[in-house]
Design a protein around this ligand. Structure first.
Ligand code: HEM
Length: 487
């Protein structure tokens, strides 16, 4: 009995001490809900963290400090606070937290997306921008996109049995985007069947790892880390094949070709090692494939869910392109409604609703609150894009809201940030937009679409840093153009 009373008193005094300590600290820090001892706010994240955090921000404000175990995490949910973090004080927040996924999957953060801010990031960012994403490079890769989207259309025509057989668009869109990014990055399609592996890695990116929130327990290891190591080993073999092929094809003096050749030249010069080369290929494949595929899948779903919008999109393309041929990329600049649809989908369904986590490398002030050095930073772009004080009927799909609007997703308007903003803004923005817009235009123009099943669920599932459709889009597609247009 005495020991039970002693335990009770001990727990009570620990709880009281915890409350007092957290209250003292809280004065200069941003607000947040009460903390549970040890767990902090981890239990509040739920299955859709972007939604749970959005709900919390409506209560505690657009600048909150939460504790995921022992990891302080700043969550910002307004355009002004996002501007402060991603633009005004960009340098202080441009790094990434050192978490397990970077260590075990991305060769200890030797890629671009997970590496800390510094000279290595600057070198890789410059190489990526110059070698992959200039307007000239984008223009040169038009044929790759055309060929791969045409393959997708052929597949639907040949397997859809004129609207009688259902088609799983999720898988097809992942394969399409993987093939485009692979062809541009290393000159050929990636291993057939690797889509499942990529999806596994995407899922692992968001898995809870004890050591990320409780650093003193890192030594414990976990089943998730074992899964990361196993997935990494499989991917590493495929990436090594790509490196070996490139090394055997060219003597170093003759290399002038694709992105991997450029990286291998840097390896020859001793600026980077082979792990950096593989980490960079992995980055492009992982960052470039699912983001565009998820957005296109949502775009088609939203149009199928709003028949008037679908008809409007089809009418626009019929008027400008006709029904005797397919859309080509050069038509896109005339398709303003498709452009509005893409804007609206980026607003409603940013594939990375909390961006990638940022990390503060110095103490700073945001909205008058002290943000401690070494805090993680999440920018809830999903919440900002659904804020009723910024957007009329924010949960409705209304592409026409962009007809008269000058707001764009390119990182200058902080109410719409699907690609982020500032130093860490997505370098693949133009390629991503080209992929989504072109694929969508050809699908909408090429087929009449029907849902397989009674109704189209629009539920979301959070997989790692990405949020996608919970139920993969299964559809029936009936060709609607002159038959010679599909040849
Ligand atoms: C619909 C298409 C896409 C969307 C919505 C998207 C979105 C994003 C977002 C939100 C970030 C994180 C920004 C931040 O942390 O502040 C990011 C980073 C990145 N994205 Fe994309 N992305 C897309 C397509 C692509 C493509 C096609 C590629 C390359 C082939 C790519 C490569 C990258 C890389 C390498 C980073 C890391 C940049 C850095 O940390 O410096 N993305 N992207």
């Amino acid at each position: 009995m005495a020991s039970i009373v002693a335990l009770f008193l001990l727990t009570l005094s620990f709880g009281l001490l915890w409350r007092i300590l957290t209250k003292i600290v809280d004065r200069s820090l941003p607000p947040g809900p009460p903390r549970v001892p040890l767990l902090g706010h981890l239990h509040l994240l739920g299955v859709l963290p972007h939604k749970s955090l959005s709900d919390l921000s409506r209560r505690y404000g657009p600048v909150m400090l939460l504790w995921f175990g022992f990891a302080p995490t700043l969550v910002v949910s307004s355009p002004d606070a996002a501007r402060e973090v991603l633009c005004t004080q960009d340098l202080a927040f441009a790094s990434r937290p050192k978490i397990s996924i970077a260590k075990y999957m991305f060769y200890n953060g030797k890629d671009l997306a997970w590496t800390s801010y510094g000279p290595y990031w600057k070198l890789m960012r410059k190489v990526t921008t110059v070698e992959l994403f200039t307007a000239k490079r984008l223009e040169e890769s038009r044929m790759v996109r055309h060929t791969q989207v045409s393959k997708l259309i052929d597949f639907i025509v040949n397997n859809g049995q004129n609207g009688k057989a259902s088609i799983n668009m999720k898988v097809l869109l992942s394969i399409l985007n993987l093939n485009v990014v692979s062809s541009i990055t290393f000159g050929r399609e990636f291993h057939a069947g690797s889509v499942e592996l990529i999806e596994e890695v995407m899922r692992l990116m968001g898995s809870f790892v004890l050591g990320d929130c409780f650093p003193f327990l890192s030594w414990l290891g976990s089943p998730v880390i074992r899964k990361m190591i196993s997935a990494h080993t499989k991917l590493d073999q495929l990436l090594q094949e790509i490196v070996d092929e490139h090394k055997s094809k060219f003597k170093s003096s003759e290399r002038a070709g694709d992105f991997v050749d450029v990286l291998l030249s840097l390896e020859d010069q001793g600026e980077i090692d082979v792990q950096c080369v593989k980490a960079m290929i992995m980055d492009m494949i992982l960052a470039g494939t699912e983001t565009s595929a998820i957005t296109t899948e949502w775009a088609l779903s939203e149009l199928m869910n709003s028949p008037t919008c679908m008809i409007k999109a089809q009418k626009e393309i019929d008027t400008i392109v006709g029904r005797e041929r397919m859309v080509v990329e050069a038509d896109l600049c005339k398709l303003s409604y498709i452009h509005n649809v893409v804007n609206e989908v980026f607003r409603l369904h940013p594939p990375a609703p909390l961006l990638l986590p940022h990390h503060s490398t110095q103490d700073c002030l945001v909205n008058g609150y002290k943000i401690p050095k070494n805090s993680r930073v999440l920018v809830n772009v999903w919440s900002i894009a659904r804020d009723p004080s910024l957007w009329e009927s924010p949960n409705l799909f209304k592409p026409d809201r962009f007809a008269e609007s000058s707001i764009s997703f390119k990182g200058k308007n902080f109410e719409l940030l699907p690609f982020g903003s500032g130093r860490r803004i997505c370098p693949g923005l133009s390629l991503g937009v080209a992929m989504v817009s072109y694929t969508l235009a050809r699908l909408v123009h090429g087929f009449e679409w029907k849902v397989s099943g009674k109704e189209l669920s629009m539920d979301e599932i959070s997989e790692g840093v990405a949020v996608r459709r919970k139920v993969p889009l299964e559809v029936f597609a009936t060709p609607r153009l002159a038959s010679h247009a599909y040849l």
